[in-house]
Design a binder for this molecule. Structure first.
Ligand code: ATP
Ligand code: MG
Length: 213
């Protein structure tokens, strides 16, 4: 393709990316929430958007199926970042990655006495690194869906998940016991495309950089 392809996920990332795209003079012609289309045209003949699952964005960009993408730091850490140039923190889709446990579970005491903890999470790589750095022994259990259920159903003692307002935790009688890191979304660029299509890609990076301040 002569133009450029941008990989985005539906929901908060698409919504929060619209103002950045507008700053670069790019306006999608359809909203993926209401349209079932997975390839969305824009006001510019040389720019299109592909709608993929949040955790698939780095993969599309790594292999050059998309030239650019926007992905959360959570997703990028799990992916590893191979083949990706990450020029900008866009400061959108902000939240934090934390450890949470049932209100009655004394996490600090369990860590203190060196207990082995069962932790359910979608973020295995980040969780492994966090607990290894703290010297906490954990059995990590990979989940794909709602992590909040795991401690309530007896699958794990605690979870590692993303938190923004904390409302979902509260609704399930869970408490944030440790913050691991702050999360926001980043622009990722295919390294080869940056060289071969620089005249199309660099203005987008520059406009995003200006708009993301
Ligand atoms: P899916 O919902 O398809 O399983 P997902 O949960 O990864 O995928 P979204 O819920 O759209 O996808 O989240 C996309 C990104 O938004 C996350 O990777 C994260 O960087 C960011 N984000 C910001 N706040 C939150 C939050 N409270 N919960 C989950 N993700 C959040
Ligand atoms: Mg989700």
């Amino acid at each position: 393709m002569n133009g450029i392809t941008i990989a985005l996920s539906k929901g908060r990332i698409f919504e929060e990316t619209l103002p950045l795209l507008a700053a670069a003079g790019i306006v999608p012609t359809e909203n993926p929430e209401s349209s079932r289309k997975l390839i969305i045209d824009t006001n510019r003949a040389d720019v299109r958007v592909v709608i993929v699952r949040a955790s698939d964005v780095p993969t599309y960009v790594q292999y050059g199926a998309a030239d650019l993408g926007i992905a959360g730091k959570d997703v990028l850490l799990e992916h590893g970042g191979a083949g990706l140039y990450q020029p900008l923190d866009l400061k959108i889709a902000k939240c934090r990655m934390s450890v949470a446990a049932p209100a009655g579970f004394d996490y600090a005491a369990a860590v203190q006495r060196g207990a082995r903890l069962r932790i359910a999470t979608k973020y295995i790589a980040t969780a492994r690194e966090h607990f290894a750095a703290k010297g906490v022994h954990v059995d990590l259990i990979k989940l794909y869906g709602s992590m909040e259920l795991a401690p309530l159903a007896g699958l794990a003692e605690a979870i590692v998940d993303l938190i923004s307002s904390g409302a979902t935790l509260r609704a399930n009688n869970l408490v944030e016991v440790e913050e691991i890191m702050e999360i926001s979304s980043r622009l990722v660029v295919n390294q080869a495309a940056l060289k071969t299509k620089r005249e199309l890609i660099q203005p987008v990076i520059d406009a995003f950089a200006e708009a993301a301040q």
